[in-house]
Write a new protein. Structure first.
Length: 318
């Protein structure tokens, strides 16, 4: 099962910065693990702390583009050998449960294993039977292969045979979204949200559809309903923050950018945008810190020159 809520991102932003500067431009799913190259391991459970077997786990290293795919054992445990410091994204996926993405930081020289405990939430609005689970796994596999029409037929069959499994509309909506049939996708997502208003993937997907249709106010309304405490993906937080920033909604943008860099400390784009937002809000000490953190990861590009200019300006502000 794949909850594809961030596949299509927002890659660029233009923002006017007041004060002494002209136009600037921006170039295009929770733990800090104190370990270096070595092993990382953990336990996956449900909400009642019962271990979950056969959970698919994808580990992805941003810098090296390394990808590792493993599964939990019968005790819900897993382990993997990792090579590379910095940010690793971990996706946890099991049919019948909400997919979860977290970001960890691998730092230091030690090779001792890091232990992570992860809980998955059972999907609301899904009647659990062996037949439905098998059908859903088949449809999700077809979706992953880009066979959208075939996947859509299976999703629709599940809904016909089990109307109470309303969450299947989310997956059907994803098929329409991938085919750029936004109105049909919105209809599907809305059916889920009417039953479960706090279904985070549904709210995000609904907002993304409105963005694609250039209905920005409706997209903003969807994102404003999100519980930020339930979002653990730094890139997703950053993307939503960009939407708020582009509408000059700087206070909510600040909240999203700040959490993004908290979850992923080596996130230069996040620091850059956080610095701009704090600058516009007059939070000069926070802006200074964000720009200083940015320069830890970029001191050579044109954008780093902008950041240095911002820091010079901030010397005149207290």
């Amino acid at each position: 099962m794949r909850l594809k809520v961030t596949r299509r991102g927002f890659l660029s932003v233009r923002a006017g910065v007041v004060f002494l500067f002209m136009l600037v431009w921006l170039l295009p799913g929770y733990a800090l693990v104190q370990s270096g190259t070595g092993f990382i391991s953990g336990l996956v459970t449900d909400e009642h702390r019962q271990p979950l077997a056969e959970v698919k786990i994808r580990l992805y290293h941003l810098e090296s583009k390394t990808e590792i795919k493993i599964r939990t054992n019968n005790k819900g445990e897993w382990s993997a050998a990792i090579m590379g410091r910095g940010s690793w994204y971990l996706d946890f996926e099991k049919t019948g449960y909400e997919t979860r993405r977290i970001c960890i930081q691998v730092v230091g020289q030690q090779a001792r294993p890091a232990w992570l405990e992860t809980r998955l939430k059972r999907l609301e609005g899904l009647v659990i039977t062996e037949e439905i689970i098998q059908a859903l796994e088949e449809a999700n596999a077809l979706f992953s292969q880009g066979k959208l029409d075939e996947a859509g037929v299976i999703y629709q069959n599940i809904l016909t045979e089990s109307p109470d499994s309303y969450v299947i509309n989310y997956y059907l909506g994803n098929c329409y979204l991938e085919k750029e049939k936004y109105d049909q996708a919105i209809d599907c997502y809305q059916k889920v949200m009417d039953k479960n208003p706090q279904f985070v993937p549904g709210l995000i997907a609904l907002g993304n559809c409105y963005l694609k249709k250039k209905e920005i106010a409706r997209a903003i309304d969807c994102y404003q309903q999100l519980d930020i405490n339930k979002i653990e993906d730094p890139q997703l937080l950053y993307q939503i923050g960009i939407v708020f920033f582009n509408r000059w909604l700087f206070s909510p943008a600040l909240t999203y950018f700040q959490k993004a860099v908290n979850l992923r400390p080596d996130f230069p784009d996040g620091y850059y945008q956080l610095g701009l937002t704090c600058l516009l809000l007059g939070r000069y000490s926070q802006a200074r810190l964000a720009f200083q953190n940015y320069l830890k990861y970029d001191s050579e590009t044109d954008r780093s020159v902008q950041v240095k200019n911002f820091l010079e300006f901030l010397k005149t502000r207290t």
